[in-house]
Design a protein around this ligand. Structure first.
Ligand code: ADP
Length: 397
């Protein structure tokens, strides 16, 4: 029987997934991909097959009470059916935080799971959901090996000064350091860039992952040398509902003088800030574009100004800048935002071709631009699949 693989990227209200058929040499071929959205409200499972046709489109009326585990059971039933004729030989999971210990994908057992659970406090909005999916799949498919792949792993090799806070040494030694996230996305872009633009890939590139979560990665020769997210996924850019970089003194002020407790501060920073907080309208960039409220425009301006500033800052970590790659929901689809960011970077030699940018073309820089600009779709699920094949050594049938 030929072999199949499932990738899972489980969040709080959605689960993204990819199904793959393995070639005899272990190369994963995309068979279908999609997501379950609206978990806890109105669950909706939708996936497209590799030819772009709709593979499944299912809504649960009165499904608000369906748990992640129940929905994963529905998903795996459908996946096994869709991959019929293929034995599922591995399930790969996105796990946001690998801490100090996990530098590469790892096969999951009880001991690994316990260690990953101890990291949940470092990624409270993500890690518990990632791990719940692992537990659920272990119950639903106990004989199928599972692999954890990490958002932190791609950033491991960075220089000390990009990992360290200016805090007492002992804190760094016990793991209070800048880890960086979105590593599966960056690993995929590094792979794609090497394929489609090998000369640029060998140079100094800032990759802008602009989705609900947003961060930047300075990549030199395809390796992460610096990044905007730090100890948690709160740091750096303005995001859909997260604030990005803040003055640490503000946290003290909120607790001491505004009567907030840690839970209030957590909700404020993770769920009520960013584009949503500044606009007072929405965390969704499309909705902000449609609004003529001045606050929507202010949120957009803040988002783009911060992104441009941080791109320029990351150039210093590489001693210059040869290209900028835009990816994720906003990066791949939003010419207005890309143009606003690029405009602020004209002074370092980035010029956008308006027609190419408006068409979401792959190369969007103007001819003569000193700095290249590209749009490359990310594919975290496929990166999980590649990592799972390597970890389980599935290269030979
Ligand atoms: P997540 O971090 O949840 O994976 P995504 O990468 O899907 O997020 O990005 C979500 C963001 O991308 C939203 O702000 C949304 O408005 C924006 N976005 C998605 N598709 C488009 C589009 N076609 N045009 C403009 N913005 C888009």
């Amino acid at each position: 029987m030929t072999r199949g693989l499932v990738s899972l990227n489980a969040g709080s209200s959605s689960i993204k997934f990819g199904l793959y058929r393995l070639d005899p040499d272990g190369r994963p071929r995309h068979a279908a991909g999609g997501k379950i959205e609206g978990i806890g409200t109105a669950p909706h499972l939708a996936a497209k097959a590799d030819d772009g046709s709709l593979a499944v489109d299912r809504r649960w009326t009165d499904g608000a009470g369906l748990s992640h585990e129940e929905l994963l059971a529905e998903l795996i039933d459908w996946a096994v059916d869709h991959l019929k004729g293929h034995e599922v030989v591995g399930i790969g999971h996105r796990v946001v935080h690998g801490g100090r210990q996990f530098a590469a994908p790892v096969r999951i057992d009880e001991d690994v799971l316990t260690k990953l659970e101890s990291l949940s406090a470092l990624a409270p909005l993500h890690q518990p959901h990632n791990l719940a999916a692992i537990r659920a799949m272990a119950k639903l498919a106990p004989d199928v090996p599972q692999v954890a792949t990490f958002d932190t792993a791609f950033h491991r090799g960075r220089a000390d000064e990009t990992k360290r806070f200016a805090l007492p040494r002992a804190m760094y030694d016990r793991g209070i350091r800048r880890y960086g996230f979105h590593g599966l996305s960056y690993a995929w872009i590094a792979r794609e860039l090497a394929r489609v633009a090998p000369t640029l890939a060998a140079g100094r590139v800032v990759v802008a992952h602009l989705g609900n979560g947003a961060s930047l990665c300075a990549m030199h020769g395809g390796k992460s040398v610096d990044t905007t997210m730090g100890f948690t996924a709160l740091d750096g850019l303005v995001m859909g509902t997260r604030c990005g970089t803040l003055d640490a003194g503000l946290v003290l002020h909120l607790i001491r003088h505004e009567g907030m407790d840690p839970a209030d501060v957590e909700t404020l920073f993770y769920q009520r800030s960013g584009l949503l907080g500044v606009s007072g309208i929405s965390s969704d960039m499309r909705t902000l574009h449609e609004s003529d409220a001045p606050a929507a425009q202010e949120a957009i301006t803040l988002f783009t100004a911060r992104a441009a500033r941080e791109i320029a800052a990351l150039a210093t970590s590489m001693g210059g800048l040869d290209g900028v790659v835009f990816t994720a929901g906003i990066g791949e689809n939003d010419p207005v935002i890309r143009a606003m960011i690029a405009k602020r970077l004209e002074f370092i030699g980035l010029a956008i071709d308006e027609t190419a940018n408006a068409a979401n073309a792959r190369d969007i820089h103007a001819s003569g631009s000193r700095v290249a600009a590209m749009v490359i779709p990310t594919d975290e699920e496929r990166m999980i699949a590649f990592d799972t094949v390597t970890c389980l050594d599935l290269h030979e049938a």
